[in-house]
Structures are given as structure tokens and as C-alpha cells.
Design a protein around this ligand. Sequence first.
Ligand code: CIZ
Ligand code: SF4
Length: 347
Amino acid sequence: MDARIAAARATLGTDVVLLGHHYQRDEVIRFADYTGDSYKLSKVASQTDAKYMLFCGVHFMAETADVLAKPFQQVILPDLNAGCSMADMAEIGQVEDCWDSLERAGLTEDILPLTYMNSAAAIKAFCGERGGLVCTSSNAHGAFEWAFARKPKILFLPDQHLGRNTAFAMGIPLSEMVVWDPYQINGGLSPDRLKAAKVILWKGHCSVHQRFLPEHVDRIRATDPGMQVIVHPECRWEVCQKADAIGSTERIIEVIEKAPEGASFAVGTEIHLVNRLAKRFAPLGKKVITLDDSGCLCTTMYRISPQHLAWSLENLLQGTVVNRIKVDDDVKHWAKVALDRMLEVKA
Ligand code: CIZ
Ligand code: SF4
């Protein structure tokens, strides 16, 4: 596979750019021209002139690249099964129903909808059309400030944990946040609770990050008190509260890079990235372990295999574009508005 991928890449030259998310496996990410989190990779997608963008990541990232792409560019997702269970927890019909309920309660004038990057393009468009924006874990804080400068309340989709952790870090107490459950009438919330809330959190989560528990932090504290615990903001609030630092994948990497020799870290994020960091920093005298050694990998990120990569590249050699990700034009406009606003908010 390695030889076939390398040969196809060499022939395609600068016609193709390979974008690799930090959660990809080693056998795939080694071929990436750019590695990064979704914020960094969407910046690359908005700037590259390559004819084909091969996205080694998950569906919502490829959709985002297509929204930001120039008209002559095409985006490929090597395996169409590479989705994101969190993104699937908010469907556009459910979000529209939620908004209708909020409108009936007379609240929408005061609410700005904000969505995490991990969502379908239709939801990004929904937010863009209503004055809102997209954020990633790198710039959620800035996006919340942007929103609160315009409206007194936020509806945050679809990750309750990122929303809660971000709002709490800005000084908003948990008592001013509510969770909207799309499977309950009126989100399972009374009009009074909705009226009083500053942040309405969608009931979604990441199945990988939600597995980290406060007990895991306690265990590290007991067995290795010198170790720093650093976790992704998709982890539960109770875990983030016990951690020494919270950050996106880019931030986690930066903290470890800047740490002195001898530093050690227990990291709460996807295992492929943690293992890669462990290997990279061991020769520099820094220790990196996973916060939970029975932690789960992101199975959908893992779908992108060397075989799928070789297959998409070899098809391109024949002039065939397989697994193209194309966002409908009517969705594209407002999704781009929401994404452009995101790119203006610094990470
Ligand atoms: O935004 C991303 O790329 C994700 C999913 C994680 C992170 O923090 O990098
Ligand atoms: Fe989605 Fe979680 Fe996988 Fe990220 S780690 S792509 S949020 S399921």
C-alpha cells in the first residue's frame, strides 16, 4: 500500500493535496501534506489551489472543505463511512423544531445559534442564516465572546460538553445552562427554565471523549502526582474541572512541545494522537500516556485506511473522482457565511 500510495502521489503532484486530521492512524497520516485540527485544516482548505483535496478525516470536515473550496476544486473522503457520531446527534429537522419552540416561547430574538464544527453543513447554514457562526475547540472561547457581544443567549450545538466547559470558563454558572433534549417535548424544559438560561446546550456528546471519567484523573493523582493532566474540552465538565489544562488537539500538542525535559502528561483525547505524541516526545525526555488506558479509539476516523487512500488516489490517476463530497448550493451559501465568521475568530 505504501508504495502504491507514494507512486500515485508522485504522478499526481500538486494536483492533489492530502489533509490529515490528528486522530488519523499513523499509516495514513504519514502521507499528509498538512496535519492539524479541523480549524487549521479548514484554513488550509480555504487557501490551497490544488484541484483535489483528499480529506483524511471525517465527513463534516470534508463538507467544510467543500464549502470553503473554489469552484474548480473537488473534495474526496476516501471512505464514505467515516462519519462522526456526535455530528449525527443533531439533525437539521430536530434543530428547526427546537428553534420553532424557542420562537413560540418568544425567545429567538435574544438567542444566537452557534454550532461546533462537528455538525452537518445544513446546521452550519442554519446558524449562519440566523446571525450565528461555527466554532472549533480551538476558538470556542472567542466564538462565545463574539456571540455574547451580539445577543444575551446562546443555543450551542451539538456538543453539550464543549458548550458547558466553554461557558463555565467564562464565568457562567451551571445554574444558567440548560440541556435541550431533542427527544423530549419542548426539549424537556419548562418555559421558565428556558427564559432564565443564558446558554441552551444541545444534548449531544462525543462517544470517545465522554469515556474519560473523574476517577481516571484521581487514579493518576494517586499513582503519579507529578504528572500533568491535560484533556480535550469534549470531555465531561467533571473531568475538565479536575484537569490541569484543557485544550484542543493543537493546544495539547503545543503544551507538550513547550514543556521542559522530564515533564510528564496524562492526556484525555483520541488514542492515535496520544500514542503518536508518546513516541515523538520520548526521545526528548517527556512522558505522554493516555488518561484512561482502556480508552476507545475514534472508530470512524479509523475508517480511513491505506487501502481506501490508495484506491482514491489510483482512481484519480485514471481521471475518476470517487467519493466526492459536495454540499448543495442552497446550503453552501449560509454555511460559508457561518464558516467565514469562524475563520475571523482567532484560535
Ligand atoms: O476540531 C477538531 O479537529 C477536533 C475534532 C478535535 C480537536 O480539538 O482538534
Ligand atoms: Fe466525532 Fe468524537 Fe470521533 Fe471527533 S473523536 S470525530 S467528535 S466521534
